[in-house]
Ligand binder design. Structure first.
Ligand code: 5GP
Length: 190
């Protein structure tokens, strides 16, 4: 997706050979026009597959997921990273190791929003080693729902997430695939 790659090249900041900062358009300030294109692209890739819900994780997955949900005409559920006062009963719960914070946290979705008849598209901002994706898959599986695939805005292809997910049979669609962050610059693989 060229518009996304151009944005990464012009506004992304390489923090290390492992971490890309995109606070200018995805992780802090959000570019709504870019999100609209991203939602459209996810919808094009996953349309016509009987998808009933999108599941993402707060906070940075929400913007691209909502735009994809708008295009596909389906609701978006975001897993919450803590048990809020309003999120108490009938919870689906999983643990996720955070790549950026290097700590483990609990994520939860209320069971009332997902059922065994749902067919789910998982969306997230980044794919690194696949921990967030696996935790979301775990929540969805607890509900007995099926998974159509994963839509990722930025995949760091030099980390293990895609291989892990594909080895378990999941379809992974990434809009930008970063092959390297070495020497302070971003290189794409396709
Ligand atoms: P994973 O669980 O696949 O190891 O990492 C994915 C999660 O960690 C994403 O939800 C994202 O929030 C965060 N993440 C991983 N790598 C990066 C990165 O290079 N930059 C930013 N901003 N977030 C990242």
């Amino acid at each position: 997706m060229n518009i996304l790659k151009e944005k990464i090249l012009s506004e992304g900041i390489v923090l290390s050979d492992q971490v890309l900062k995109v606070d200018a358009f995805l992780n802090h300030q959000i570019d709504p026009q870019l999100m609209k294109h991203i939602g459209h692209e996810f919808a094009e890739r996953f349309r016509g597959q009987g998808i009933t819900k999108i599941v993402t994780i707060e906070a940075s997955g929400i913007a691209p997921a909502v735009m994809a949900g708008l295009e596909l005409g389906i609701p978006v559920i975001f897993a919450r990273k803590f048990q809020s006062l309003t999120l108490k009963n009938d919870l689906l719960i999983s643990k996720v190791f955070s790549f950026t914070k290097q700590t483990e946290s609990t994520i939860a979705i209320s069971a009332k929003h997902l059922t065994a008849s749902d067919h789910v598209l998982v969306i997230d901002d980044f794919l690194a080693n696949g921990h967030a994706a696996k935790a979301l898959i775990d929540l969805i599986s607890q509900a007995g729902a099926s998974i159509a695939g994963l839509g990722i805005v930025i995949e760091k292809s030099f980390q293990d997430g895609r291989a892990l997910l594909e080895s378990e049979g999941y379809r992974v669609e990434s809009l930008a695939r970063v092959g390297s962050l070495a020497d302070g610059s971003v290189t794409f693989i396709d």
